[in-house]
Every structure is written in structure tokens, then in C-alpha cells.
Unconditional design. Structure first.
Length: 645
């Protein structure tokens, strides 16, 4: 394994004895010394203690983070908003590192920042500035807790917490000046579809659980294999009862939300075959519904045969619940509540047209987006209607959602919310393919039959899990897997915020949770070949190393697709430019031309230094090359290559 690789390597994820680990240890020791010094005068908690320790770290490095006027002002607003008057001394100390420093001018600027109450800049901006100069913000986050009374101070580099109250991205701000035509968004997104990343061609199929090997083998193209694997993972995630894991100190379950975006006639029509994976479960539930309905009718007939006085002495029969795994998207909110409540909080929504869900968002019968957001984190769903005396509570909903849509539909779906719903989904972009498929290929059974057979096999897993009601099994990562997971997503968060800005934080953090869930589903399905399928005496299920590797590889692909959706949808003045090399600024073109065909973060920073380009500017340029000009592909954390034309 090569040294100094800071990104995830699917073939060497378990090897922690590399140069980065040693470097991280040295950095942690350095931070610990500075923290001890800070603790001499400040309690070891809160934003102020952390900011003081980071300031001392910057000064010890000789870092000048406020040399430009823009940084000078941003630093003032950041400290004033985050620390109030307590940030006064820190502002002077940091500004004094510049030869331009004037105490009187600095004091005047501080008072201006302190009185302006600029809420658009928070303490997170200071942490980002410090991180750009090499300060290990994550290490300080482990030493100091954020101010619990000010959740907006939850800094962006914390890797051991994935707060459900993160600032959510508003992709579609309201107001005429921010409006953008659906046609422009669709065109931009379709251009991005030409640069789709796939994961099937990066996975060792021999390491997949046997059922997934067979599911993937129904297709030959990488994009088609991706769709069937991702679709099956999503469906299975919603049909695995009595399994949980602990993530960020909270109990979480397997279900997650997937959205496949593709132009018309691009091949996404194969995905409905995933419905047949649950055919046996649905048949089982239909038989259960029939038995309960017969029993109810019998009891109701007996009840109605009683005379009026006798009825007062007995309780009338209660209409039975209707059990089904499927929750249609074209439902009112109350219907969704009832569908989930009738099946103990478990349900799956699968729609091939996202417009169906978009219409539900705009329904006058309730806030559909609210239950989507709560359902992702298993928050209790409560419904109270005085008008029709309806009261329902769904405890810990376990709801999986699988949607496919065209680029034009995705804007309607996500612009309907603008409140964090979009960051609950993982995105997969399917490119347009012009080749003609052999529509008369009879070398294998129809997909419906193949997936029905796969469903027979999954039904055995489902029954084994269902029998564990009352003694659920806990899914856990090994210690080595936990370390690798935290390291990877810490690096991913730093990389994505430097390339695309802070708005992508919610996506990255929730992708971490989805990655954990994907690993859970893969390890569950792997139990198919065991007899018994689950050890009846065991209360834990340790993640298989191969499944962990697969989940991480899939996540590395999904973040690339997610970043493209985000960059294609967000309002940006750059939308008016042509996405081509010719529209780049001269300095940006020179920077691009100086880059080798394959390069790392270290490489492009070195090229930027030679051209006298600031590091933050270089990161922004790389972000443009990936999502605006489509000249660069991100391979994995810190590794990129130029798109071959």
C-alpha cells in the first residue's frame, strides 16, 4: 500500500499502519499540548475554549488567516457571531499576525462586526479558515463540546456526531430574483449525466453475498448492475424487521431512501422487477389479512345479533389492520400514517415517476415532506385531527423509499421542500445510452420470474428475522471498521466542503448513516447460506469485512452522484456560463493545463503554488472543473483525473 494516501482504498481499507496514521497521531499530540495550555484559564468545554485553543495553534504555526480584506472581515463576523464580546482578544491576536495590522483599525472593525449581528456567518467560518491552514479541527472537536444552547455553532468538521439538527440546504430559495427555469436545470443535469460514476465495476463480485451476486448477474452493463443492486438494497432495507444498530448514540434501522435520476429511455425501466423480491411476503400478508377479516366478520355478525341492551355490556369488534409492505406515494398523509401503523411502522414506497410524490408534497391533507424527514431518522409520527377525531402515533417508523425520475421531475420533487428533505436521499445518476438493446434476448427467464425466485430466497431470511420479535439482533462494526469509517467520512466531509461549500455537509453526514445501513443489509443477506440463518443464541451481528468494503465503495460512488445533483440544482451565477473549457478564466485554464492526467489534492495544491493561486481558490477551481465544466472526475477522497475527450 502506498504511503500518504488519505482517501479510502477498497483493497487496503483494513491497513491502518500507514504514514497517515503516524501523522494523525503526531497531530493529535500537538493538539493535546495546546488544549492543556488553553485549559489553564478556560473550562474544557464550550465554543470559547475550543476557539482559544485553535487560535493558539494558529499562532504557533505563524499562520496569517486574515491577510486579505475579505478574510479580515469574515473572521470578525465569525468570531462576533459565535463568541460575542469574548471573541475580542482572539480577533486582535489573529489579525496581529499580518504586517497590515493596526490596533485602532482592528478595534473599529471589531465593534462594527459585533454590532451588525450578521447571522449569515457563524463560528464555523473560523473553523474552516483554520482548517485551510492545517489545523486538525476534528481533534479539537473531540476535546471540546459545542455549546448546547447554540446548535448553530455545531462546527462542520465534527466526525463523531451526525446531528439530525444540521443546517439543511435550501436548494430552491424563494423570491423572484432566485427563480430558475426548469428547462435550465434539466439541461444542466442532463449534461452531468454524461459523467456518471458507477460502482459495480469496482466491486469484487466474488465478495458479494450470494443473493446479490445472482441479482447483479441478471445484467451486463455496469449501470444496469448498479440499478439492480441499489434497488434491491433499498427494498430489502425496508423488509428486515428486528435488526438495529447504534449510530451516533441513537438506535437506527436498515431502511433508507434512494432516488435514481435518468433521462427518458435510459434503461431505468428494469427497476420495477425489484417489486417481485417481496412477492412471497405480500402473499403471506394477504393470507393474514383474509384470516383476520373472516374473524372480524364472524365476530361482527355475532355482535349485531345481540339485542340492544346486550350490546351495551360488550365491546364491539375492532376492524382489523390491513397488512402490506407497500406504501403508495399517491396517498394522503393520513393514509401513509395508517399504512405504517397497520404494519408496526414498517413500509416501502416505490414509484417510477417522482411526480407522484411531488403531488403528495402539495397535498392539502397534510405535510408529506415532514413525515419523510422524520421517517428517515425513525422519529415518532403523530397525527391529531379534531375535525374527524383522528389520532394516530407511529412509533419508530422504518420506511424505505425507492424512486426513479427524469431530470425535469427532480426539480419539482426537491423544490417542493427546500427544508432538508433532499439530503435524506442518496442519488444515482444514470447516463443516456444510445445503443439498442436486444429486445428479443431469450437467454434467460424474464426479470419478473428471476426476481420472484430471488424473493423466495429472501423470504427465508425475512421469516428468520420475524421470529426474533422480542429479542432483536444488533448489527455492529468491528473496531477496525469503525476507525476506517470515521477516518473516511472525516476526510470526505473536508474534501466536499472545500470543493462545493458548507451546503453539502448535510448530504455527507447522512450518507454516512446510509453507508452504515447498506453494510447492515449486506451482512444480513449474507446469512442466507447459514443454517440456521441467524444464531438463535446470539444478540449481535458483526459486519462482514467484505460487506464493509462493498458499502464503502458504493458510498464513494454515491457522493460523486450527489455532488452532481446538488451542483446542477443550486442557484448560481455561473449557470449563465457555457460549461466548456473556452468559458474558463485565463488563470483557471492555466491551472487546468498544469494538472497531470491523474492527480491528488497534494498535486493540485503544488500546481496552484507555482502559479501563485491561493489554496482556497484552487479548491474552488477544482470544484468547478468537476461540476461546472465536467473536465475532471473525482475518483475517491483526494484523487482525481481529467475527463478523456
Amino acid at each position: 500500500m502506498k504511503e500518504n494516501i488519505t482517501s479510502f482504498d477498497p483493497k487496503a481499507w483494513a491497513n491502518m499502519n500507514n504514514a497517515n496514521y503516524v501523522q494523525d497521531k503526531m497531530q493529535t499530540n500537538h493538539v493535546s499540548t495546546l488544549v492543556r495550555n488553553a485549559r489553564a484559564s478556560v473550562p474544557p468545554c464550550g465554543e470559547l475554549a475550543k476557539a482559544r485553543a485553535i487560535t493558539e495553534d494558529l499562532i504557533s504555526r505563524g499562520a496569517n488567516i486574515a491577510e486579505s480584506y475579505d478574510d479580515y472581515v469574515k473572521l470578525g463576523f465569525s468570531l462576533a457571531q459565535g463568541l460575542g464580546s469574548d471573541g475580542h482578544d482572539l480577533y486582535h491576536k489573529l489579525c496581529a499576525q499580518s504586517t497590515k495590522y493596526s490596533h485602532n483599525e482592528c478595534e473599529a472593525k471589531w465593534q462594527e462586526c459585533l454590532s451588525s449581528h450578521n447571522s449569515s456567518v457563524t463560528i464555523a467560518s473560523f473553523y474552516k479558515m483554520a482548517n485551510d491552514f492545517g489545523v486538525d479541527i476534528a481533534a479539537y472537536s473531540r476535546e471540546f463540546s459545542s455549546n448546547p444552547q447554540n446548535p448553530q455553532y455545531e462546527e462542520i468538521f465534527q466526525i463523531n456526531k451526525n446531528s439530525t439538527h444540521s443546517n439543511n440546504l435550501i436548494l430552491f430559495p424563494q423570491g423572484e430574483e432566485n427563480e430558475e427555469s426548469e428547462e435550465n436545470v434539466t439541461t444542466t443535469l442532463q449534461q452531468g449525466l454524461e459523467y456518471t460514476n458507477t460502482f459495480s465495476d469496482k466491486i469484487d463480485f466474488n465478495k458479494l453475498p450470494l443473493l446479490f451476486q445472482d441479482i447483479a448477474s441478471t445484467q451486463s452493463a455496469a449501470e444496469d448492475q448498479d440499478m439492480m443492486i441499489l434497488g434491491s438494497l433499498t427494498v430489502f432495507s425496508g423488509a428486515t424487521p428486528n435488526v438495529y444498530g447504534v449510530y451516533d448514540k441513537r438506535k437506527v434501522f436498515p431502511p433508507f431512501y434512494s432516488l435514481v435520476v435518468a433521462p427518458p429511455a435510459s434503461g431505468k425501466g428494469i427497476m420495477p422487477a425489484c417489486v417481485y423480491l417481496l412477492y412471497d411476503i405480500e402473499q403471506h400478508m394477504e393470507r393474514l389479512n383474509e384470516r383476520e377479516e373472516r374473524k372480524y366478520r364472524s365476530e361482527m355478525a355475532e355482535y349485531t345479533s345481540l339485542n340492544k341492551s346486550s350490546r351495551y355490556a360488550v365491546t364491539p369488534p375492532k376492524e382489523p389492520a390491513y397488512h402490506s409492505m407497500w406504501v403508495p406515494a399517491n396517498s394522503s398523509v393520513i393514509s401513509v400514517y395508517k399504512a405504517l401503523a397497520d404494519n408496526d411502522g414498517i413500509g416501502i414506497t416505490f414509484e417510477t415517476e417522482a411526480d407522484t410524490l411531488s403531488q403528495a408534497f402539495n397535498s392539502e391533507y397534510g405535510n408529506f415532506s415532514d413525515i419523510l424527514r422524520k421517517g428517515f431518522h425513525h422519529e415518532d409520527l403523530k397525527l391529531n385531527r379534531r375535525k374527524d377525531n383522528t389520532h394516530m402515533v407511529v412509533r419508530s417508523p422504518r420506511w424505505a423509499i425507492l424512486l426513479t425520475c427524469t431530470p425535469s421531475q427532480i426539480q419539482k420533487l426537491l423544490s417542493s421542500s427546500g427544508n432538508g428533505t433532499e439530503s435524506r436521499f442518496i442519488f444515482y445518476l444514470l447516463r443516456r445510452r444510445l445503443e439498442w438493446r436486444n429486445v428479443f434476448d431469450r437467454n434467460s427467464m424474464p426479470l419478473e420470474q428471476q426476481f420472484t425466485d430471488f424473493g423466495h430466497r429472501f423470504f427465508k431470511i425475512y421469516k428468520a428475522l420475524y421470529r426474533r420479535k422480542g429479542h432483536p439482533i444488533e448489527f455492529v462494526l468491528s473496531t477496525a471498521q469503525q476507525d476506517q469509517f470515521n477516518h473516511y467520512f472525516n476526510e470526505l466531509q473536508l474534501e466536499q466542503t472545500s470543493l462545493h461549500g458548507d451546503d453539502l455537509i448535510a448530504f455527507v453526514r447522512r450518507l454516512g448513516l446510509v453507508c452504515f445501513r447498506i453494510a447492515m443489509v449486506l451482512t444480513i443477506i449474507r446469512q442466507e447460506t447459514l443454517h440456521p440463518i441467524f444464531d438463535p443464541l446470539s444478540q449481535t451481528l458483526v459486519c462482514n469485512d467484505d460487506d464493509f468494503e462493498t458499502a464503502m465503495t458504493i458510498s464513494n460512488c454515491l457522493i460523486n452522484n450527489t455532488a452532481r445533483v446538488y451542483s446542477s440544482l443550486k442557484k448560481d451565477d455561473e449557470k449563465d456560463n457555457k460549461d466548456s473549457f473556452s468559458s474558463m478564466a485565463p488563470v483557471e485554464r492555466s491551472f487546468y493545463q498544469s494538472l497531470p492526467e491523474s492527480f491528488t489534492t497534494k498535486d493540485f495544491r503544488a500546481c496552484a503554488t507555482k502559479l501563485n493561486i491561493k489554496q482556497k481558490t484552487a479548491e474552488r477551481y477544482i470544484g468547478h472543473m468537476i461540476d461546472k465544466y465536467h473536465l475532471v472526475n473525482r475518483i475517491q477522497n483526494g484523487q482525481y483525473n481529467k475527463v478523456k475527450k
